[in-house]
Ligand binder design. Structure first.
Ligand code: AMP
Ligand code: ZN
Length: 479
């Protein structure tokens, strides 16, 4: 096995990877705030983490991955109130949508998805430790972490204390802070919070955002573990704050390796709601692109390079996803040819030396690339070199039926780490068709053609697809 190396944000260095327990990797991946559908930029982060997880498994490690679900914060509270729903009912909609999207994008499930609201006692306990050790102060019932009590603060982001001037507020709703860098561990209840509060030893209120990751990481991975990931926007302040809380509260080291993905940008601009360049997976599948194409596109650039989505479907501009689709088309065409030829293979047929050498070299190239800080371009390069060489051998008649089976098996094996080789239909669910039928059903309902609407629901039900209507639209799931 080649040496596995990752670029560690903490040291600004590509380092050899050694887990704390040989053969086992414990990793924490910051998850979604479930106030809305995740956008495909968020999924770039989750796909990078999926590639990391699959690579570690492919190389023989056992992986324990934790991803938190932030189901209480200002946005979830405000939006649930606007819909007159309880926080739990409101966030349940987006938790479920998140898991649907993960499945559609073939993102492997983490071992644990702890929700913040289920772990308030762990957070209270950690805050209590910080209070006891003198890292906090109280203002108007809220408890803040005092950054000046932790001299190592800023090591991950290289942001120096004096670079942040007092008076520049990082978080507008924290008015009482002594220092701009201080952050809330516990937020005292205010009337705007309505029904959302916990009565605890710290008073009536709710936890801040940062504390949930420190508390839940410790609960499921222990206080010192191997890898922590997130997008670059998480480095400061979120990950700095996690380090401060965990190191000060538990008195141990925290994560050894910090990996961060660069952003997805749209037409060269940051993806944001206000610019109107904000796309969910549903938006893109409605425009006719399958989740597999989206997966391929989001995976196709190295995770530390910004990735630009050239996309304006109303103006017919879809070149990034078209390119992804055509790359997958080449792969599919090749596999169809392999399958046809492979049907003629018989037991006892020999594999040619040329093809077996080709496969060995390809495997070596793929593994070496992935082990080198998840060099996905190198890994996809190995795939498409195999396609090119394979096509050449097919055309010249040098590939035997047994060779074809071996090449196909290899591609299938690689799918354990890449998750893009199998065509959509073979996963049993054609998301684009289902979304199209749902749109037709909604139109039928609007036109009061309830017979047609019901017919579509029944038809999908026969295929094991269940529809659920909610105030935010119709969702589907495979039973
Ligand atoms: P959030 O729900 O905003 O906390 O984001 C969830 C994850 O997505 C975090 O790891 C973010 O760093 C990451 N993220 C947010 N926006 C983007 C983007 N445009 N491209 C890549 N990752 C992103
Ligand atoms: Zn986090």
């Amino acid at each position: 096995m080649p040496t596995l190396r990752f670029y560690n944000t903490l040291t600004n260095w590509k380092e050899d990877f050694h887990p704390l327990i040989p053969g086992e990797v414990r990793m924490y991946t910051c998850g979604p705030t479930v106030h809305d559908f995740a956008h495909i930029g968020n999924f770039r982060a989750y796909l990078f983490e999926d590639l990391l997880r699959r690579t570690l498994k492919y190389l023989g490690f056992r992986v324990i991955q934790v991803m938190n679900l932030t189901d209480v914060d200002d946005k979830t509270i405000r939006k649930s109130q606007a819909k007159s729903m309880t926080l739990r009912d409101y966030t349940a909609i987006y938790k479920e949508a998140f898991f649907q999207d993960l499945d559609a994008l073939r993102i492997e499930r983490a071992e644990v998805y702890p929700a913040a609201t289920d772990h308030v006692p762990e957070m209270v306990e950690l805050i209590r430790r910080l209070v006891e050790k003198g890292h906090t102060y109280e203002a108007d019932g809220s408890i803040y972490f005092r950054i000046s009590s932790f001299p190592e603060y800023g090591k991950l982001s290289n942001i120096r204390a004096d670079e942040l001037r007092a008076g520049v507020r990082v978080d507008a709703d924290e008015y009482e802070k002594e220092d701009v860098r201080d952050f809330a561990l516990w937020k005292a209840w205010t009337p705007e919070d309505g029904e959302v509060y916990w009565e605890t030893a710290l008073g009536k209120g709710r936890p801040g955002w940062h504390i949930e990751c420190s508390a839940m990481a410790a609960r499921y991975l222990g206080t010192h573990f191997d890898i922590h990931t997130g997008g670059v926007d998480n480095i400061f302040p979120h990950h700095e704050n996690e380090i401060a809380q965990s190191v000060c509260g538990f008195g141990t080291k925290f994560a050894n390796y910090w990996l961060h993905n660069a952003h997805l940008v749209v037409n060269g601009e940051k993806m944001s709601k206000s610019l109107g360049n904000f796309y969910t997976l549903r938006d893109v599948t409605s425009a006719g692109f399958s989740p597999r194409v989206v997966r391929y596109f989001l995976l196709s650039a190295h995770y530390r390079q910004p990735l630009n989505l050239v996309y304006d479907p109303r103006a017919g501009v879809t070149e990034s996803l078209d390119a992804a689709r055509s790359a997958l088309g080449r792969l599919d065409e090749f596999r169809v040819k392999l399958t046809e030829l492979g049907r003629r293979s018989a037991a006892g047929d020999l594999q040619s030396r040329e093809v077996s050498d080709l496969l060995d070299k390809a495997e070596e190239a793929l593994v070496a690339a992935l082990a080198n800080d998840l060099d996905v371009s190198g890994a996809l390069g190995a795939v498409f070199t195999l396609v090119k060489e394979g096509n050449r051998l097919l055309a010249s008649g040098e590939m035997t039926p047994t060779d074809a089976v071996a090449v196909n098996d290899k591609l299938q094996r690689w799918d354990r780490v890449l998750g893009v080789v199998e065509p959509e239909a073979e996963t049993g669910v054609d998301a684009e068709r289902i979304e199209a039928l749902i749109r037709e059903r909604n139109e039928a309902r609007q036109a009061k053609n309830f017979a047609r609407a019901d017919e579509i629901r029944q038809q999908l039900l026969r295929e094991g697809i269940v529809l659920q209507d909610s105030p935010t639209g119709t969702r589907w799931k495979k039973e």
